[in-house]
Write a protein of this length. Structure first.
Length: 123
């Protein structure tokens, strides 16, 4: 009888150990995936953060803007703090205009909100 009780208690103790170990493994994998996602986001942000200047236009017509973590700036003034960047496309709205850029060959190519595709390079 005592031996049977001993084995029952040992089995229950073993189950708790297995549950705890599995829980720790699940949380470990989850935190590793979260860290990987955060690192990938930061790497994507580094592609677009900085000052961008339009190429191939007259010097007095050159448009520049700056992308920061806090938002999109033009001439040091915040245009919007609401923008999206997915690693290949930058989008933001200023007033009624929606601006869309495609990231290609280390340049941003504006394909929306213009009558031509303006090319911007990082300065």
């Amino acid at each position: 009888m005592k031996l049977q009780r001993f084995w029952v208690e040992q089995c229950q103790y073993g189950r708790w150990i297995i549950i705890v170990v599995i829980t720790v493994i699940v949380f470990g994998i989850g935190s590793l995936q979260l860290q990987t996602t955060i690192d990938q986001h930061q790497q994507r942000m580094q592609q677009v953060i900085g000052e961008w200047q339009e190429q191939g236009v007259a010097p007095d017509k050159v448009e520049t803007f700056e992308v920061r973590q806090q938002g999109i700036y033009r001439q040091g003034r915040l245009l919007t703090s609401n923008y999206s960047w997915n690693g290949t496309q930058l989008r933001y709205q200023f007033g009624d205009q929606v601006y869309s850029y495609r990231y290609q060959d280390n340049a941003l190519i504006r394909y929306q909100s213009a009558h031509y595709n303006a090319v911007f390079e990082r300065q």
